[in-house]
Design a protein around this ligand. Structure first.
Ligand SMILES: [Fe+2]
Length: 311
């Protein structure tokens, strides 16, 4: 995987929407789908200075900022804080800021990733005010261990998890490590460790075997997920539990600048955040039909491995 740095001029030029621009947009989609990160040292998403000041300035005085705050665009709902300890005016202001951020993030991606034609489901946005360095979390919730994303409560059924991040800290970088994409990792433990199926009828058994080969024996609750979602959740846990992988895999260290943005398919690119405070993020679930190269998606890779449909 690679960090593809996109200078501000590239975005200003694309406003002309000429043929070169269309080709550029296709390339950006394909780079993302292949497991690269698009990095904008100067964010194309303009967040009003007064909104940033509010997000930063309230940290010392209210508990609303001690946890990650989620915004659900489809319900226009703000969650993740203790309503009893947060002044209503602060909640109202934060709600307004998150709504505006979600809208602005959507517009930016509609332009930059124009070939997708917005064929995505707008998922949650989040405000991440907590210092990541030294954060005390249970193993499966730790952000400082390399992992691919999977949502326990929001199965995607094969849609890919595209995330746009903004580092809104005024002076500090947000420090990540990333590694080889999903297809490379799964491929590296195949075929010696992962039994491949011989029949579509043994889909569930195959995925179970796949999980066992990866050292995953604990059953997961809920059956509403597709076999694909079950596997991706197990895979997320497997990577965090695997100290050998964490220690020995190839790593790229990146410091995302204050005021920068970056985007990636986080179900494809193993990532971990080592340090940083104050980030905004918007998630999009991009439909398989929108992908320019559907063969590079995790679900396609797994379907090739198992010889069966997993959605
Ligand atoms: Fe993650």
């Amino acid at each position: 995987m690679a960090i593809v740095s996109i200078p501000p001029d590239a975005l200003r030029d694309e406003i002309t929407r000429d043929s070169r621009s269309a080709e550029q947009h296709r390339e950006w989609c394909l780079r993302l789908e292949a497991g690269d990160i698009l990095y904008f040292p100067e964010s194309p998403l303009k967040i009003p200075a007064e909104d940033v000041a509010f997000l930063l300035g309230q940290h010392q005085t209210t508990s609303v900022f001690h946890k990650n705050i989620a915004y659900r665009p489809e319900k226009d709902l703000l969650t993740g804080f203790d309503a009893g300890s947060v002044p209503p005016h602060a909640v109202k202001r934060l709600h307004s800021i998150m709504r505006a951020y979600s809208n602005a993030a959507t517009e930016v991606l509609r332009d930059i990733l124009a070939p997708y034609q917005a064929r995505w489901e707008l998922d949650y946005a989040s405000f991440r005010p907590v210092e990541e360095q030294g954060r005390d979390q249970t193993l499966h919730r730790r952000n400082d261990l390399l992992h691919t994303d999977a949502f326990p409560t929001r199965p995607t059924h094969g849609a890919r998890i595209l995330r746009l991040f903004n580092n809104i800290h005024p002076t500090r970088t947000r420090d990540w490590i990333t590694s080889d994409p999903f297809g490379t990792i799964v491929g590296s433990i195949t075929p010696q460790q992962i039994p491949l199926p011989h029949s579509k009828k043994i889909c569930a058994r195959t995925l179970c075997s796949l999980g066992q080969a990866l050292g995953l024996s604990r059953a997961l609750p809920s059956i509403k997920r597709s076999p694909y979602d079950e596997f991706m959740l197990r895979f997320h846990n497997f990577l965090k539990e695997n100290s050998i992988y964490q220690a020995s895999c190839s790593k790229i260290h990146t410091q995302f600048l204050p005021g920068s943005s970056w985007m990636l398919y986080s179900d494809t690119v193993p990532h971990a955040v080592l340090a940083g405070q104050f980030a905004l993020e918007q998630t999009f679930l991009v439909s398989p039909e929108a992908q320019l190269d559907p063969s590079s998606s995790p679900v396609a890779i797994l379907e090739r491995m198992t010889g069966t449909r997993l959605r």
